[in-house]
Design a protein around this ligand. Structure first.
Ligand code: MRU
Length: 346
């Protein structure tokens, strides 16, 4: 099974996704700063995966702080500071602050001497849960999607590499393939970071699943030719009205899907739903280094000093989303009611 991280001898080994598909190199993370580093440089990426790695960053911080000779309030404040450091690495995916908040709640309820064991156990539990959520999303996706054998289109990488394993959108793809219902997946290249080409194509191709890589600009033509039965993507933050932030380019896919009558699905765990966020207007969109657009790897493909606008995410309005597939079931419009009901379910 493809997995982007695993624990070994008290250290977290993280697959450096920046090097895929050329090289499989594992980075060793042993402290909070190391966890913040692999998240901010996108060695690990994808909303659930960065939540899991941030949880381990908190566990490592707790281990180090618990060994200090300081008074109790100072050590608790130091752990909060570690949480702030992790949350600041990437602003859009809500799984990151969600995981840090969950780890802090465990720390608050535990004597400092118990932190190393308790927080490591909690970080492990978050990853175990995420994997089971992804499998449940896959199962629910089977009922949410149109019947029969399907050709899907996906954007970015919402796969095993973006989660604790199996994936959200690619979890639906895997479940469909398991039922013999997957005709093909078209994977958008996903400029500028090319998660579709580097990661989704690698992940699916490696498992022998039928994947065709396309430039982002090809998606409209495929829909016009009626070659796509449904689009399934992940999400980084879902507002309570269903507006969903995901990798830049998702919005234009949803608009084209509406024009062509192609159903558009978001597949995400409820840890990606932010009930404190009323609508997409409240979602902070990360802007990244202009060189991600000016260059492909280290090769300059534009004037070195040309102005660049490089938002990492966009927001697809809930009105363009046919259904949101979660581990608890499938939410359909109107999302204000269905998501509220779903978030109340145990
Ligand atoms: O910038 P990235 O690669 O972290 O963006 C990832 C995405 O947009 C994914 O679609 C999203 O996090 C869902 S991952 C299951």
């Amino acid at each position: 099974m493809i997995r982007p991280f695993f624990l070994e001898n008290g250290e977290l080994l993280v697959l450096d996704q920046r090097l895929l598909p050329r090289e499989e190199r594992w980075l060793t993370v042993r402290d909070c700063e190391g966890a913040a580093g692999v998240i901010s440089t996108m060695a690990v990426r994808g909303a659930p995966a960065i939540g899991c790695v941030a949880a381990w960053g908190m566990a490592f911080a707790a281990r180090e702080i618990a060994a200090r000779d300081e008074d109790d309030p100072a050590r608790r404040e130091a752990l909060r500071e570690a949480g702030r450091r992790l949350v600041a690495t990437r602003p859009t995916a809500v799984n990151l602050p969600w995981a840090v908040t969950r780890m802090l709640a465990v720390a608050d309820a535990t004597p400092v001497a118990g932190w190393p064991a308790q927080l490591a156990q909690e970080a492990d539990a978050i990853a175990v849960e995420d994997l089971s959520f992804c499998r449940a999303i896959g199962r629910h996706g089977l009922c949410a999607l149109p019947p029969g054998r399907l050709t899907l289109l996906t954007h970015c990488n919402a796969g095993a590499l973006a989660t604790a394993g199996y994936g959200t959108a690619l979890g639906v793809v895997r479940a469909l393939a398991g039922e013999g219902r997957l005709a093909r997946v078209y994977a958008d290249d996903t400029r500028p970071r090319q998660q579709g080409a580097r990661l989704t194509a690698w992940e699916l191709h490696r498992e022998g699943l039928p994947v065709t890589l396309i430039a982002d600009t090809v998606a409209g033509m495929l829909m016009q030719r009626r070659a796509i039965d449904a689009i399934v993507t992940g999400a980084d933050r879902i507002a309570r009205n269903g507006d969903s932030a995901n990798k830049i380019g998702t919005y234009q896919l949803a608009v084209m899907a509406a024009h062509h009558g192609v159903p558009f699905f978001i597949a995400a765990p409820t840890t990606t739903v932010d009930m404190d966020c009323a609508s997409g207007d409240d979602i902070v969109i990360e802007e990244r280094d202009p060189d991600e657009v000016r260059r492909i790897d280290d090769v300059l493909v534009a004037p070195a000093d040309v102005d660049v606008f490089n938002p990492a995410f966009d927001v697809t309005p809930g009105s363009l989303i046919s259904a949101i597939i979660t581990e608890r079931g499938v939410a359909r419009p109107s999302y204000r009611e269905t998501l509220a009901g779903m978030m109340q379910k145990a």
